[in-house]
Design a protein around this ligand. Structure first.
Ligand code: NAD
Length: 475
């Protein structure tokens, strides 16, 4: 919940500021289509001020003792935890996910911050054997500097804390631009950090409906040394191009097209329960969402029936929210219509729900083939396409036949198969038999067109560090 002071504003150098020319943009509730807030539409000047504030705060923040930085981050995590229900309600209003999911996301964001806070104490360097008897060599970890973060709307809080945690732990200061569809959750996160006593300028927030202008401004500013982006591959590519001019460091967490491989030795009912959880979470609007569900013919009937039972038990509007907007709904409809026209069958769901809001029911498609749109593009909706397979030897190649490489899910009781398949899958993350995907200690991230860089774990913090090589002659 926003205070009156923070309402719809940018946070710059510890002050809540409006856009200098008074420009705002409107935030909508996707469940009703109603306008719910006006938010400052930050332009080049406001973004520049945010970079000024981050640059001014950098020397003090990086110079703090590790336990002092960790203490402030822990306090921010406590504030997020205490406000989880109210921030969750804000998220539900602007993003549409059910309150329980939204509140859990805030609590998980706090966990990520806590983990990163602890990592502050382990920013070790290295001592390397010298080149001669009187030479000493050290590697000294140093923060990259001012970081610009750009986050998507699908996880409006956790995508922010996944960047803030490691950046702040490393000693960087941050200018963050949230998605224009979900700025209110971001403002609520910034309020929690302010209440925790984070020094002014360490975390600056610039809401804007002009993302390209924000990107242009931070890319052109030499004080910004790294850009960390989560969003579509298309925008990621553009940022990679633009980063070349000033040779900025980048982390890009992009789209996914996750395969699921259910082998004949797996328990199809347990697999279906887990696939339903990850597929229908956030109405399927997740980069890790299972998109191509390859199920061996021997277990396909049991798997599909169980998946349909789970899908039918979900009540849209209660257990699952709407899609984020009309364009998202239209894309899901187009994918399902294409699949049905090419011979797939809707075991359950398949047609949008009439009425206000952008609701699409949990849908299970059977008889899906690799040429259908659902198998070629990221659907970003609650559609589970089941593809039966016979040839165990060929299914990994089919799973790899995508430009993306974020997540793959495997179900098997065979250890040899687990290891062979995991090695052959071209994805940054492989989870077997329901292993959790995004705990704070794990390095989340992709390969190929899903991007590069890792968020979480020690590798996540390393992404915000430079290692200075120091060579000293004693002679
Ligand atoms: P998007 O790329 O349209 O937007 C993401 C962010 O980029 C938003 O903040 C947006 O304002 C900003 N943006 C848009 N145009 C920009 C431009 N020209 N320059 C700079 N910034 C710009 O993506 P989306 O539709 O909001 O999010 C969904 C996508 O994000 C999906 O492809 C999904 O797979 C991906 N995603 C990836 C991960 C991951 O960790 N790999 C996590 C969540 C979402």
């Amino acid at each position: 919940m926003e205070t009156a002071e923070a309402a719809g504003r940018a946070l710059i150098g510890g002050e809540w500021q409006a856009e200098p020319d008074g420009r705002t943009f409107t935030v909508f509730d996707p469940a009703t289509g109603a306008a719910i807030a006006e938010v400052a539409d930050g332009g080049a000047e406001l973004t520049g001020r945010a970079v000024d504030a981050a640059a001014a705060a950098l020397p003090g923040w990086r110079a703090l003792a590790a336990h002092e930085r960790a203490g402030l981050m822990r306090r921010a995590a406590d504030e997020l935890t205490a406000r989880a229900a109210s921030i969750g309600a804000t998220m539900t209003a602007e993003q549409g996910k059910p309150l329980a999911e939204a509140t859990a996301e805030v609590l998980s964001g706090a966990e990520h911050l806590l983990w990163a806070a602890e990592e502050t104490r382990r920013l070790y360097g290295q001592t390397v054997p010298g080149a001669t008897a009187d030479n000493r060599i050290w590697l000294l970890p140093e923060p990259v500097g001012v970081v610009a973060g750009i986050t998507p709307w699908n996880f409006p809080v956790s995508m922010i804390t996944r960047k803030l945690g490691p950046a702040l732990a490393a000693g960087c200061t941050v200018v963050l631009k949230p998605a224009e569809l979900t700025p209110l959750s971001a403002i609520a996160v910034a309020e929690a950090f302010t209440a925790a006593g984070l020094p002014p300028g360490v975390f600056n927030l610039v809401p804007t409906a002009r993302p390209a202008l924000f990107a242009e401004t931070v890319m052109a500013d030499r004080r910004v040394r790294k850009v960390s982006f989560t969003g579509s591959t298309e925008v990621g590519r553009e940022l990679i191009r633009r980063s070349a001019e000033d040779v900025k460091r980048l982390s890009v967490e992009l789209g996914g097209h996750a395969p699921v491989l259910v082998f004949p030795d797996a328990d199809p009912v347990a697999a279906a329960a887990a696939v339903a959880r990850s597929k229908f979470l956030n109405a399927g609007q997740a980069c890790t969402s299972p998109n191509r569900i390859f199920v061996h013919r021997d277990v396909a009937a049991d798997f599909t029936a169980a998946l349909a039972r789970h899908a039918e038990a979900i009540e849209p509007g209660v257990d699952m929210g709407p899609l984020i907007d009309a364009a998202a709904l239209a894309k899901v409809e187009r994918h399902v219509e294409d699949a049905l026209a090419r011979g797939a069958k809707a075991v359950t769901g398949g047609r949008r729900i009439d009425g206000p809001g952008t609701f699409f029911p949990p849908t299970v498609l059977s008889g899906v083939t690799d040429d259908m749109l659902v198998c070629r593009e990221e659907t970003f909706g609650p559609v589970a396409p089941v593809i039966e397979f016979d040839a165990v030897d060929e299914v990994v190649a089919r799973a790899n036949a995508t430009a993306y490489g974020l997540t793959a899910y495997v179900w098997t009781a065979d250890l040899t198969r687990t290891l062979r398949v995991a090695e052959e899958l071209e994805f940054g993350m492989v989870t077997v038999n329901g292993g959790p995907l995004a705990p704070p200690q794990a390095p989340f991230g992709g390969i190929k067109n899903s991007g590069y860089g890792r968020e979480g774990g020690g590798l996540g913090v390393a992404d915000y560090l430079d290692y200075k090589y120091l060579s000293v002659g004693l002679g």
